[in-house]
Design a protein around this ligand. Structure first.
Ligand code: GLU
Length: 290
């Protein structure tokens, strides 16, 4: 791993962002990534945006947004106002979906999660369809419709379907990460056709994130290393949407004393808990260094 060059070297004015999901309390791992994002924006004399990724209606709660804002301020971080809220930006995501639709980069997917789970547990029937290491299993290419199949219209009914992005099979993608060095992935084997839209009428994280990073003019994305594979998907979306991609800096994930990645269930390491127990941000300092 490289040591993080503190001052990023982009020719444009630096725009970074913090993008918490209000699905639980922020913990020490978030603090470390967000402190790095702030340090890089600061060193570049740039701006830092705050985006609330609140599209997951079932898991996001307003009290977690409020707690995140308090935690970030307590850490001494500062960001541009107003705060950007994904749930208020639906028309922008719909426009992006329409563009992907018009250029034939997506197709409707009628398979359920259960179909996918069953296919993946029967590897002999769909060779190579091993689950990817991250959130989204490899979608069997055999389930794709033909590329020239007419797509259903994107009216209200069309937006109540799942839509997948057709990845260019065997194409190798590459980016140079400020911390991790060169990263590569092969479309169709490291990850497959991924969801850009869900039948509940909302964009997937991949689409919403790429659209926002593009429209908000983000020049560098600093986030956790668990999202490296998502970065490849988002690079495909930038290209398909005709937007320049930002550069990336993925921070290593913090683990607990058993080597388990910190998650929102590690209540003892929640910033709100540390704060309530009288810990000061200065005392956290050494634990925030990367
Ligand atoms: N909201 C996402 C998360 O908390 C991060 C998104 C991003 O930085 O791209 O995992």
């Amino acid at each position: 791993m490289r040591t993080a060059p503190l001052a990023p070297t982009s020719p444009q004015p630096y725009v970074g962002r913090l993008a918490p999901s209000p699905t639980g309390l922020l913990h020490l791992g978030h603090a470390r990534t967000f402190a790095l994002a702030a340090a890089r924006a600061n060193a570049a004399g740039g701006k830092l945006l705050l985006r609330i990724d609140d599209l997951d209606r079932a898991r996001c709660r307003p009290e977690f947004t409020a707690a995140a804002l308090e935690d970030l301020a307590w850490l001494g971080l500062d960001w541009e106002k107003p705060v950007i809220t994904q749930s208020e930006r639906l028309p922008l995501y719909r426009n992006a979906l329409a563009r992907l639709h018009a250029t034939g980069r997506i197709y409707p997917c009628y398979r359920s999660r259960r179909d996918l789970a069953e296919a993946l547990s029967a590897p002999h029937e769909t060779p190579g369809a091993a689950p990817a290491a991250d959130d989204e299993p490899l979608y069997p290419a055999a389930w794709r419709p033909a590329a020239d199949l007419a797509l259903p219209a994107l009216d209200a009914t069309g937006r109540a379907l799942n839509w997948r992005f057709r990845v260019p099979d065997e194409h190798e993608l590459r980016f140079d990460d400020a911390l991790l060095g060169t990263q590569t992935a092969v479309c169709g084997s490291d990850f497959g056709d991924f969801l850009v839209w869900r039948k509940d009428g909302l964009p997937s994280y991949q689409l919403a994130c790429a659209v926002d990073d593009a429209l908000l003019g983000v020049t560098e994305v600093v986030r956790g290393a668990d999202l490296v594979r998502s970065t490849f998907r988002q690079l495909l979306l930038f290209e398909a949407l005709g937007a320049p991609a930002p550069t990336y800096c993925h921070a290593p994930l913090l683990t607990d004393e058993h080597g388990v990645r910190l998650a929102k269930r590690h209540a003892a390491l929640a910033l709100a808990t540390l704060r309530a127990s009288g810990t000061t941000p200065e005392e956290l300092g050494p634990r925030l260094a990367i």
